[in-house]
Write a protein that binds this ligand. Sequence first.
Ligand SMILES: NC(=O)c1ccc[n+]([C@@H]2O[C@H](COP(=O)([O-])OP(=O)(O)OC[C@H]3O[C@@H](n4cnc5c(N)ncnc54)[C@H](OP(=O)(O)O)[C@@H]3O)[C@@H](O)[C@H]2O)c1
Length: 248
Amino acid sequence: MTSETRTAIVTGAYGGIGRAVTEVLLEEGFAVTMVGRDPDKLRAAADHLSPASGAELRWLAGSLADEEFLGEVAASHGESHGSLDLLVNNAGVAGTRAVGELTAEFVDEQFAVNTRAVILLTAKCLPLLRNAVGKRGSAQVVNTASNAGKRGEAMLSSYSASKAAVVGFTEALHDELAGEGIKATAICPGLTDTPMADDYREGGAVEMITPRDVAETVRLTTRLSRACVIPEIVLLRPTEWVAASELR
Ligand SMILES: NC(=O)c1ccc[n+]([C@@H]2O[C@H](COP(=O)([O-])OP(=O)(O)OC[C@H]3O[C@@H](n4cnc5c(N)ncnc54)[C@H](OP(=O)(O)O)[C@@H]3O)[C@@H](O)[C@H]2O)c1
């Protein structure tokens, strides 16, 4: 790794979208710190991905719901690299439930991972992002929100609210930090072909966005000049946000 090498942290890195994002970033020459809960899955993903890329790939296991672990992620990446060009806050938990069935435990888990971890990990990584601005003029935060964060969905009320908060946080990041070279992007995919979408397969095959589609949008954001920010990317399937009666 040279001082020219850009570095990234990806959370939820062995999940469907996180793994595709990690692959794309390695292709782009980033040194990547993969973050997830399960050390065995992280090790297996890293063993598979690193030989092909030749780029440096590290991993850290722990729960993003644990604030201490969030501090460890920032500290460990900082000790290895000294700066952070791209933070991809991607980990998330879903789960469908009617409004009347919501419990504190269910809501707290979604907000702890989908929202609180995104906010706190960004805060803890800010000195490293600023170091990257010092080296290369800009740095980035990319947050995986959801189309449910743009338009709330029935049976996904808590999840929709947790992702709408991510959209709001990303807008605020842009407002507060873009002037100093830290760009913020919220990616809002529709139904994407990962384990998280398994509940939607029961009625048979469903055409879904691919994890690679989402990862390609992250690649796009890494290739732009400092002067160009994409604040939000919404990815929909052809039938999403279209009432069934309107379909031919
Ligand atoms: N799939 C979709 O249709 C869709 C659509 C829009 C947005 N999204 C968003 O895209 C992101 C990636 O999801 P995905 O579709 O790739 O699903 P996925 O394959 O289930 O990946 C989610 C990842 O987040 C990790 N995670 C969950 N809780 C965690 C915790 N407490 N600490 C650390 N890691 C944790 C999971 O680890 P474990 O496997 O150990 O739980 C998993 O690796 C999520 O933010 C999701 O909300 C997904």
